[in-house]
Unconditional design. Structure first.
Length: 467
């Protein structure tokens, strides 16, 4: 498996620290609001990395932090007159809900910053003791000039003219000493901790170092984030972690590019700021967005617009129908291997090989998706005939599931009994050539949010998608 490592700025062969196992840390959301679709693109990227590793038979131990204390969460909680815990839990729950809607593999340890304060303090105390960090009047700061490799990830140079940065909205242009621990002031309200350090709260960067080392070890295989985290967040994570542990912090740094909306950066002021709820509100299925995300390479900017999303909604409808039809058509047993069987097997094996190659080529999910769709085309060819040999069915459906384990386009929902009854009634009318009645029943089914597709000898019901 090959991946682009931001640390070496090269595509590298992935080699795990321990054979067959991968430790992976991904920077999670700050839960002060709903996450936007740009964030969701990054989370789908994390999910793709994990699924690709699983395709290669790695056991993945994945940790994601939830930042539930920082400048924004504290301000938000005070404004809403809620406790910090209440306020952040609200948005953490929405975040998890979004991941579920997008079929993100939840085999992840989610951990909150506020549950790991002791570990952060322990690291900070040692950094001060060893001279990497110092105390100022408003907090404890990391001295970037003390870490000789500072800039190895981002290329940012320490030129001696740096200043000190307390807030979490950091300077993106210059290397600066950054706050590990911020002493309490009146703006913090109830958000403070005591312990080995003076009453205060952690800075943002230290959270990820502490949680990554605590749950996954001092050196891990993979750390992911969006490109805007390279500097200073990830650079600072490296500085404080490696100064603390005297070991390499991360072997492979993987970063996802941004999402744009109609070629522009998403922002509240441009009124082009969307959450998953906004897409759902316009009638889109969340998985259409997942399809859109995986159809672009993670290292390219993804240009979002609704017209484009509509294309993916259509594609989603097609995927849903193909898979349901394959499962629905009549299965029969050929007595022996015939030409069709052998040919199907050969074609499917080839496609799966190409699929795996694409995934292992720095996660080329765009190409992988095309291979997945060609499996569905093969399935369509069979289902059009209204029946399929059992053996061919099993070869095809196994391959489709295998590919879909990486792409995550499972479309799972239950069709209500009354809709099934209406569809059967319609089928009966069709057989009796009572086409007007049959059409009325189709309309009724459609009004209830479902569509019917007729196949040779049978029919398939699916959810209705936007057209
Ligand atoms: Zn982080």
């Amino acid at each position: 498996m090959k991946v682009y490592n931001s640390l070496s700025r090269k595509i590298e062969n992935f080699k795990a620290l321990e054979q067959g196992k991968v430790t992976m840390y991904t920077c999670g959301p700050t839960v002060y609001n709903y996450v936007h679709i740009g964030n969701l693109r990054t989370f789908i990227f994390y999910d793709t990395v994990k699924r690709a590793l699983k395709l290669n038979d790695y056991k993945v131990k994945h940790v994601m932090n939830i930042t539930d204390v920082d400048d924004k969460t504290i301000k938000g909680a005070i404004e809403r007159r809620m406790s910090l815990k209440e306020y952040t839990e609200l948005y953490a729950n929405y975040f998890i809900e979004d991941l579920n809607k997008l079929n993100v593999d939840m085999d992840t340890k989610f951990t909150k910053a506020t549950d790991n304060i002791d570990e952060m303090q322990k690291i900070i105390v040692k950094l001060v003791k060893e001279g990497y960090a110092y105390e100022a009047d408003d907090g404890v700061y990391f001295n970037v000039s003390k870490f000789k490799d500072y800039g190895k990830l981002s290329g940012m140079k320490v030129d001696g003219s740096y200043s000190r940065i307390k807030n979490d909205d950091y300077d993106k242009e210059n290397a600066s000493d950054f706050a590990l621990w911020k002493y309490w002031d009146a703006n913090d309200g109830e958000a403070y901790w005591k312990g080995e350090l003076k009453k205060g709260r952690p800075g943002w960067h230290i959270e990820c170092s502490a949680m990554s080392m605590k749950y996954l070890g001092k050196t891990i295989d993979i750390h992911c984030g969006a490109v805007d985290l390279i500097f200073p967040h990830h650079e600072n994570e490296i500085a404080q972690s490696e100064s603390y542990s005297k070991q390499k912090f991360v072997n492979y740094w993987l970063h996802a590019e941004h999402l744009l909306v109609n070629g522009q950066k998403m922002s509240k002021s441009l009124n082009n700021f969307y959450t998953l709820k906004d897409l759902e509100g316009q009638g889109f299925n969340p998985l259409s967005f997942r399809l859109m995300a995986i159809d672009s390479h993670y290292r390219n900017k993804l240009d979002f617009n609704f017209e484009n999303l509509r294309k993916y909604e259509k594609l989603l409808a097609k995927i849903d129908l193909s898979i349901k039809a394959l499962n629905k058509v009549e299965k029969y047993e050929e007595k022996e291997d015939n030409y069709s069987r052998v040919q199907t097997k050969q074609k499917v094996e080839k496609v799966i090989e190409l699929f795996k190659e694409a995934v292992n080529n720095d996660l080329n999910t765009h190409e992988a998706l095309q291979h997945f769709l060609s499996l569905l085309d093969l399935a369509d060819e069979k289902t059009k005939k209204g029946k399929i040999d059992n053996n061919e069915f099993s070869v095809l459906s196994t391959a489709i599931s295998k590919a879909n384990d990486v792409l995550g386009i499972y479309i799972d929902y239950k069709i209500p009994e009354e809709i099934i009854a209406l569809a059967e009634e319609r089928e009966q009318k069709r057989r009796e050539k009572q086409f007007i009645e049959a059409d009325l029943l189709r309309e009724k089914i459609s009004e209830n949010g479902y569509s019917i597709a007729d196949l040779t000898g049978t029919f398939v019901i699916t959810k209705k998608y936007l057209d």
